[in-house]
Design a protein around this ligand. Sequence first.
Ligand SMILES: Nc1ncnc2c1ncn2[C@@H]1O[C@H](COP(=O)(O)OP(=O)(O)O)[C@@H](O)[C@H]1O
Ligand SMILES: [Mg+2]
Length: 250
Amino acid sequence: MRVVAVFNQKGGVGKTTTALNLVAALACRGARPLAVDLDPQAHLTQILGGEQRLAEESVFSFFARQRPLAEITRDLDSGMRLIPGHLETAKLDSMLGKSMQVITRLRQALQAPSEKGHPVLIDCCPLLGVLSLNAVFACDLLLIPVSADFLALRGAQQVERTLDALEPVFKRRLPRRYLLTRYDRRRRMSGEIEERMRAHFRAGEICINKIAENVSLAESPAYQQNIFDYAPRSTGARDYAALLEELYGS
Ligand SMILES: Nc1ncnc2c1ncn2[C@@H]1O[C@H](COP(=O)(O)OP(=O)(O)O)[C@@H](O)[C@H]1O
Ligand SMILES: [Mg+2]
């Protein structure tokens, strides 16, 4: 499993947190992972890459001007690489439409020999537009965070319906995993959402590990850090390390 896209049709569920910390954990293993920021809000880029740059140096120019990925990929510390996002990408839906050629563009590019072998993490926005469709078509696994609340569960159910609708195109069941995030065992709702997830989704498609509510996970982006640098002994670091093992093996 080389390309993982993190998606839910709801915001604030932990997509960026999950993409960030899985990429960081992969980098700790020396895997030279590539993070692709497909959210116009570009939070992942801000956390990983710092300062804002021009749209031309972001994934916008890959989609709008067919610029090769290699030209916009930034090398970061500790072996991570980033294809930055940009606010301009919000315009791509009206610029490009949703033809098959457009929505498979990222998949084509990630299959280039230069990209072979490296793990890729794609951070999506909550809308099912041209960018998220590119992520769905490019990925080997769709990872769907569900923060322990009802709207997040509804967003995940929307994703399930979307994937069902796309199944005739893929001609197979697209691999997916639902990940319970922001779990707080003192809150009854967390347990209720967990039960509903079990009722709604196939057992093998729910991650065994869950991500607990953890203050260090909420704090670390303010310092432009991942959880392993910011608080390596936190429950957040432990949860994401366990998730890495579950998804990628040891
Ligand atoms: N397990 C967690 N514990 C505490 N805060 C979290 C956790 N996961 C995410 N957050 C915080 O919740 C907010 C939304 O998370 P984020 O990853 O940005 O969601 P999304 O990308 O889905 O919009 C952020 O402020 C983030 O720091
Ligand atoms: Mg996000």
